[in-house]
Design a protein around this ligand. Sequence first.
Ligand code: PLP
Length: 391
Amino acid sequence: MQLGRHRWARRVASMTSFKVVDFLEAAERMQAAGRDIVRLEAGQPAFSTPRPIAEAARRALADEKTRYTPALGIAPLREAIAAFYAQRHGLKVAPERIAVTTGSSAALGLICDLLIEPGDGFLLTDPGYPCNANFVRRAGGEPQWVPVAAAERYQLTAAALAAHWRPNTVGALVASPSNPTGEIIARDQLAALHAATREHGGALVVDEIYHGLIYDEPETSILEFTDEAFVVNSFSKYFGMTGWRLGWMVLPEAAIEPINVMAQNFYISPPSIAQYAALAAFQPVVIDELEARRNEFRRRRDFLVPALRELGFDIPFAPAGAFYIYAGIAGLADDCEAFCWDMLERAGVAFTPGTDFGSHLARQRVRFSYTEPLERLELAVSRLRTALAAR
Ligand SMILES: Cc1ncc(COP(=O)(O)O)c(C=O)c1O
């Protein structure tokens, strides 16, 4: 691709696009044309931002908190996040180790830029969150895929890490709970993963963005085992603030200064109004509301998993967290993309093909997001039942 005498940089050509956007846009077009579509394709809760957070933003605007802030975020927010770790996990995290970022997307990019030299490899799970590979590529690195199976809860194990570690590998990135599978890394496995990365002299990045959305099992942060890991988190999912573009990371001590320099240069500061709004996110009244939402997500999962199984989707076990169900379609269709288009057209239900999240068995997988209310999920199931019976 060229514009006049300019050519695009090669690293851009190697980046992959999000297929879900094609479905999202098609669903929107169909809705604009008057058709009712059940939207189970996107990764954001339909809940709105809790009111106390929105009110704090209005106050911040009235108080003209509209200027740049320190690059790593305003001190009260870093302290509030540290207090949240103390309260939720009984962990003492120094506020100085917390860097507030423009969504966890900025955190992931900064971490990759810090750790990866051109030519270095970074281990990523297949399936996994698709943008991770592009952060690695942007830093000049090589995504090194580790196929993960249902038997391992679709997560990287210490044994798989050792088997896939190559001479140029410098680290591994995992997410617990993960997108697209909703699966978590169990406590002992997380400790083993830390030990294995350390043994190889690499860095471990743990994306904890779906923390707060785990339904039946205890929530374990990698910070319980080590101060050396890079931890990524966000206000997007549990706190219902996707559009505010606010996340954070917890850094090893030695990484604070270089990250500060990069954050100053690349972002100047995270969005100021969003930071002042987020100060209200840890109030008990907000947490109570978020916990009620968590229960609602559990209810949706507990409805949708058996209902989809009954339709012929293969779901080996109910996912532990997030708001995703990663389902096999081998008994229903050969190709996930054709299947998703067909179901969008004929059933009016939008969901995402597995090929968005990797290539390992991806053609036989799809992802459902249960971000819509229960009545809409019931409608989706009944429409899918009719459309599948008519084939
Ligand atoms: C696993 C994972 N990490 C990171 C992100 C980025 O989120 P944000 O930049 O809104 O914090 C997402 C978004 O869907 C995600 O699923």
